[in-house]
Design a protein around this ligand. Sequence first.
Ligand code: TRP
Length: 362
Amino acid sequence: MQDLSVSDHLGGQMSRLCGVLGLDPSAPVELLGELLGPHRNRPLSAPPAFLSDVADDHSPVEFSIAYNESEPPALRILAEGFGARPGVRENHAANLDFLRAQSERYGLSTTRLDAVRDLFTTANPQGDFVLWLSLVFRSGRRPEFKVYFNPEVEGRERAFDLIGEAFDRLGLGPGYRTMLKHSIRSGEQGRLDRLAFFALDLHDTPQARVKLYLAHHDATAQDVARAATVVDGVDPDELIDFISRSGRSHRYSGRPLVGSFTVTGGADRPNGYSIYVPIRSYVTDDSEARERILPLLSRYRFDPAVLDRALAAISDRPLTDGVGLIAHSSLRLGPPRPGMTVYLSSEAYETRAPRSVSLPAA
Ligand code: TRP
């Protein structure tokens, strides 16, 4: 075991997950290797090359299973590629290089990315990252790519103007401003919600989206539902129900609830919404997280057995032995593909011990 490398570990999880979802593992595993770049052969027993915030244990990759109403579940990864000498700026450059290398092969459209990327290119970036990537694998289709920018690269104060400029450049300013007005809570110290990610799909189809993620620190499910109602068709009760069944808390004072708002051209308000519940902060162990998610999957008519097979594909530890293998539980409302997503950690470096006391119920 001691010679296992980072790519052996993550690649093994990836190909087993592909097996569960009936996907051909060759492209996913190859892309993962390219993304890990020079660090792929680093032994797992060595400390991580960079303390990525993609996952709690600093693994550079987080998996997710995206259940859809209209097609079989997709496999996704959120990832941070590292520079040869890892660092926030170096990783940003490495991720852009990776995209450039894939661009032709996978027909990526970087028009939107090119229109805004200088806004995030700063000599002294704040925070843990500038740019993360996500790759989506669906049966019989080419992989899809997305980028996630850190809105706070120039600090928390600048974030709202910076993102305003990005939306303006994409001709989507009105949708952004409607969302700001409707969906951000203010307190005595200013805004209570923070901009977590600004995301772009790198394809050129009518479904290509621009998304903004809000982190609702210390919020209740009702606060989040109020923010979400800026999107037509979002049922606040459905959202509150999903959040409460996943998180079972009154106020979410651990890791924040995160909502994402999709903004598309020609609309003066966002027209798609997803909620991300960081379920791992609100359960004793992964067995409890699983028990909360299974009924939600059934309720949305997704096959609960897929989750158990996916969990078995990434870890053979008993679910009661740790917390965080199931990282987030998410509900997507509205087009293009409503459904649920369950995020799974690789635990390449560490398993967090279960909490010793149960959290109070809501
Ligand atoms: N690990 C970070 C967090 O939990 C970033 C992150 C990874 C994240 N996957 C996510 C945030 C899904 C929201 C939703 O905050």
